[in-house]
Design a protein around this ligand. Structure first.
Ligand code: NPW
Ligand code: ADP
Ligand code: K
Length: 484
């Protein structure tokens, strides 16, 4: 599990560390790490470091100081280094002196474009942890001239450090070098950060529990159920899928298929698409209604059930069944419109809500906004449920505030029916008895891997996502450490 800390927490930890570290040592350590990655990028892109041209974009604070020191280290490897100062009076004095001593060139912003356009590598030291809002016009004008790959220091300038939001001009980096610990921006907006490299500056002992986590492959492999010698079809959990209608039978086939492939437990289906489900998934026990579906250890309810009386009664039956429930799609809309349906909920049984932004707005009265983590936390609290907020970046929060984030490498899973697949995965993990927060996070992770495997750079229909689940699970299990 990768921990992620908000900028306030990082700052407090840095203050404690600074108090016990010789002056300037942390910055030099951080900047040396930047210079190592910069040299590697230069060698990868141009075949050499010596004689190549590096431009530093230098802002008013310590982020600019890191850039200046990194430039000084790169001079020692004979790279040509030009620092473009956005705010010459406030440029980091020691860093500036170090760069000058090392033979670096220093220019003001007006002279910047001609150096920037010819650079082999641009290092973004405009702003770091103190960033507020998008890039200011003078910085944005320089950034627009960049053609070379960009290495961002700590975070791409103009992207919000705590939410990852981009609301105007911002740096788009090929690589970001951060220090001490990952910040939310790195997990919430990897597309703007590029590859993220972490340089250890000894911060970890000063940090407590993380504010946010990202599951890694080992966490998912460890959580995913694997049958043992004593298992049978019942012991691994029976999941019920209440989905689909005459108008939307496909949702039933997708959610049921995902559940059938996710674990080796049993799958029951209840709804009007029973014939279609049976035809596609003969191993599923299909009935016409939730009232005669038989016993299950978890329910998925919602995809394609409609928001009328029949959908409502299905939802109420399922919520009263005394087992964990994943409420998706129409079920979230019903809960938003008729909150009394939750009175049917058996107290104490886990509920996972999986809204996309539109469904979230129905549940909460407003769209998630820039801070998706806080938005998911607020919804989790309001509904006393685990909330999985869908989108490119998926956030899973529980009422106590624990939150995780999952961001796929591509966006091909943004396709119709893809959410139905996710709900089937969540349901099958709930049926095994997994902690609902972990179940939702592990399901989102495997959904992303299935998307990558199924698409390989081309559009992927949701049914192909279902078909890729076994390969996704094989991949997760093969990449995990040996003992899981
Ligand atoms: N502390 C440590 O132990 C270590 C810290 N380290 C490094 O320090 C960095 C934090 O440095 P920091 O706090 O000095 O501020 P920083 O992010 O450079 O901002 C500078 C100024 O920029 C401005 N500004 C704000 N928004 C802006 C925008 N959108 N567009 C343009 N400008 C904007 C704003 O100035 P204003 O003009 O508003 O007065 C702000 O004060 C951290 O990210 C890491 O790189 C490492 O060396 C490791 C050890
Ligand atoms: N831009 C994106 N990149 C990657 N995944 C995405 C993106 N947008 C949505 N997704 C994922 O695709 C799925 C879409 O779910 P949903 O909107 O409920 O679709 P549907 O209702 O058609 O099944 C979710 O798992 C979501 O996280
Ligand atoms: K930066």
């Amino acid at each position: 599990m990768h921990g992620i800390w908000t900028t306030d927490r990082i700052r407090a930890a840095e203050d404690r560390l600074l108090a016990i570290t010789p002056d300037g040592a942390l910055m030099r350590k951080a900047a040396f790490g930047v210079s190592v990655v910069a040299a590697r990028m230069l060698a990868d892109h141009t075949g050499a470091v010596a004689g190549r041209s590096v431009v530093l974009l230098v802002g008013a604070g310590n982020n600019g100081g890191d850039a200046l020191w990194a430039g000084a280290f790169l001079r020692k490897r004979s790279a040509g280094v030009t620092a473009v100062l956005l705010n010459p009076e406030r440029a980091h004095a020691e860093g500036l002196a170090a760069l000058r001593r090392a033979g670096g060139r220093v220019v003001e912003a007006a002279e910047g474009p001609r150096w920037i356009e010819r650079a082999d590598l641009v290092i973004d030291g405009i702003v770091g942890l103190s960033a507020r809002g998008s890039l200011r016009p003078d910085a944005a004008a320089l950034v627009r001239r960049v053609v070379a790959p960009v290495l961002a220091i700590d975070l791409p300038s103009g992207v919000d450090p705590d939410t990852g939001a981009v609301e105007g001009d911002a740096v788009r980096a090929s690589c970001t070098v951060t220090f001490g610990a990952r910040k939310p921006v790195h997990a919430l907006n990897p597309a703007w950060c590029g590859d993220v490299e972490l340089v250890d500056i000894g911060l970890l002992p000063e940090l407590g529990d993380p504010d946010l986590v990202r599951l890694d492959v080992g966490d998912v492999a460890a959580a995913w159920p694997v049958p043992g010698p004593d298992d049978d079809k019942y012991s691994q959990g029976v999941v019920g899928i209440a989905a689909g209608s005459a108008t939307y039978p496909g949702a039933a086939v997708l959610a049921t298929g995902a559940a059938a492939l996710a674990t080796s437990g049993m799958v029951r289906y209840a709804g009007s698409a029973a014939d279609l489900v049976r035809a596609r998934w003969p191993e599923v026990i299909a009935t016409g209604s939730v009232t005669d579906a038989g016993r299950v250890q978890a329910w998925v309810v919602g995809p394609g059930i409609g928001t009328g009386g029949e959908g409502r009664s299905t939802l109420e039956t399922v919520l009263g069944a005394g087992v964990p429930v994943c409420a998706d799609a129409d079920a979230t809309t019903l809960i938003a419109r008729v909150p009394e349906v939750l009175d049917a909920r058996d107290p104490g049984t886990p509920l996972v809500l999986t809204p996309h932004a539109g469904e979230f707005a129905r549940l909460m009265g407003d769209k998630p906004g820039a801070d998706r983590v806080e938005a998911a936390r607020a919804a989790a609290k309001k509904y006393d449920a685990v909330v999985l907020l869908k989108g490119h970046c998926t956030v899973v929060a529980e009422p106590g505030g624990r939150a995780l984030v999952n961001t796929p490498r591509g966006s091909w899973p943004a396709t119709a029916g893809s959410g139905d697949v996710l709900s089937g995965l969540v349901g099958s993990l709930l049926a095994v008895g997994l902690d609902p927060w972990l179940a939702a996070g592990a399901a989102a992770y495997v959904h992303s891997v299935a998307g990558e495997i199924a698409s390989r750079g081309a559009p992927v229909p949701a049914s192909a996502l279902v078909d890729a689940i076994p390969d996704a699970l094989r991949s997760v299990r093969s990449l995990a450490p040996r003992d899981v």
